[in-house]
Structure formats: C-alpha cells, structure tokens
Design a protein around this ligand. Structure first.
Ligand SMILES: [Fe+2]
Length: 288
C-alpha cells in the first residue's frame, strides 16, 4: 500500500476507534507516534468495556508461572537501568524458593553470579561478575508459613555503548548452569532532543488475565524502556497458605499480622521474563 493511502487508512482507523471507544486497534496500519514526534496534547482513552471487568489472578497451575528450569539454571531474568546508558543490571534467580513450616534458606555463596555479553552473539567477549543474596519472610506466629527465596543474583554491566544491541547470557559457568542467550538495547545518550522513542508506562500490573493482555500489548508495541510505576504482584492480597481475596482486611479480619504469599513474586518474575529480559525497566516499586 502506498504511504499516503496507509496514512488515510490509519486516520480512518483511529476515527473508527475513537467512536468505538477503542484505541490503537490497528497497529499493523498505523505508525504509533513516538515521544520524539511530540509533544502532544494529552489524550485519555476511555475505558474499553470489552475488557474484563473483574480481575482474576493466574493460578499457580498456569504453565506461565511455573518453574521450568532444572537445578541451578537461571530463571526470572531481567534487565534494569542503571545510572546512565553505559550500564545496566542483569538479575536472575537460581534454586527453588520454599514455603512451609520448616524452610531452610539456600546459601547464596554456592552459585556464582556471572554474565557473559557482547555485541555479537558469538563469541560473547565480555564477562562481568556480581553478587547474590536470599531473602526470608519468617512470621513469629504459629500456623503461618514461612518463605525463603531462591538465590537472587545481580550483575552490573558497565562501559556499554549507547543505542546498541547487546547479547548476554547469565548464570554460573562452573556448575555449569548458564541461561540461553538474550539481548537488549541500551538507552540513547541523554539530551534534550535525544531520549528513548518508545516508553511504556504501566502500574498496578498484578498477575491476572488482564495483565496478560496488557503485557502482550506492551510486547507488540516494542518499547525501548518500560517504567513500572508501582504495585506489582499483589502478593499482599494472599494468606501464607495461598488463599486470596479481593479485599484482604474484609476477608481476613482476624489474622495476627498482614500475611503475604511470596511465591506470587516468583510467578510474576517467570511470567515477565520474556518481556523484561529484553526491554530495560526501572525496576519498579515493590509492595510486600
Ligand atoms: Fe495499586
């Protein structure tokens, strides 16, 4: 289709979208403007009533939230912005988290934190090392289950070039337990007329069947950067036995302390890996 015709189809598409209360439903025809085409008059899309009105959490039986790796292979891999374009953090988890009455924290020293990376897929010429930790949520109340995480690894890559694609894999080369090869693109040099073209801003993601729709929209619009502006998994709507409620205090008025179900964080990290292993985020806010 010639460019002019495409533009008209796009304009007509947007018009039809507006009168139908849809926004951007013709991405294959429209070039969605980037921030560099702006500034624009702010536009608030009306709520689309075809979306699910009641959110339903993905259950722990959903394959998208289940642990798929073996042994100490990395999972929940993500790229997070550091101070400037020339550095990012690569984070991941090894080993299994535990929840129950007799959990035994893993020793973070048992698995190294190594990232191999470079501008070519083969060979990955650079190596960086980082640190690891575990966190525990132990309750001093009988009947409440305790949680201890897998080993959480953080490695900072430095000396990166701006607006450049890098390939990487992470893990421990000595076990060996290295991930597949992933890739991400660094931020441009920061300047008044020079910033990421596509910035996705999202909050209150949760891990529901609406989240899956939101995240597939994020994916298909190919953002350069994702800003997670707060509230992530809503693990705090759960008891330690995995029971949830839309309103914690209404449903569980008698619990001795506000409980959470930390495995929801592992579920979220697994579900999000496909997106956040390739698109840098700001790390996001973290409710308990
Ligand atoms: Fe929220």
């Amino acid at each position: 289709m010639p460019k002019g015709a495409k533009a008209w189809v796009c304009i007509i598409g947007i018009f039809l979208d507006l009168i139908n209360n849809h926004s951007w439903s013709h991405p294959q025809l429209c070039k969605i403007p980037t921030t560099l085409d702006g500034p624009f008059v702010p536009f608030t899309a009306p709520f689309d009533p075809s979306l699910r009105g009641k959110t339903v959490d993905l259950p722990d039986t959903d394959p998208r939230v289940q642990r798929r790796v073996k042994g100490f292979e990395p999972e929940q891999i993500s790229v997070t912005l550091s101070a400037t374009y020339d550095s990012v953090w690569i984070s991941w988890i090894t080993g299994e988290s535990q929840i129950g009455y007799n959990v035994k924290p893993l020793d973070p020293k048992t698995v190294s934190s190594i990232v191999r990376y470079g501008q070519l897929r083969f060979p990955l010429t650079h190596e960086a090392r980082g640190y690891s930790l575990v966190y525990n949520q132990f309750y001093p109340f009988e009947g409440l289950q305790n949680y201890t995480s897998g080993i959480i690894h953080h490695v900072r890559l430095t000396g990166l070039k701006p607006s450049t694609l890098y390939y990487y894999r992470c893990g421990d080369t000595s076990i060996p337990a290295m991930s597949d090869i992933f890739f991400f693109k660094t931020m441009p040099v920061s300047a008044p007329q020079n910033y990421p073209g596509r910035i996705a801003i999202v909050g209150d993601l949760g891990l529901t069947y609406n989240t899956t729709t939101t995240v597939s929209h994020l994916n298909s619009n190919k953002p350069d950067l994702i800003l997670l502006i707060g509230d992530v998994t809503y693990a705090n709507l759960y008891l330690t036995n995995g029971t949830s409620a839309d309103c914690y205090t209404c449903s569980f008025p008698d619990t001795p302390i506000h409980e959470t179900y930390q495995p929801r964080w592992d579920y979220w990290g697994r579900f999000m890996q496909n997106l956040v292993s390739k698109v840098p985020t700001n790390g996001g806010g973290r409710e308990p």
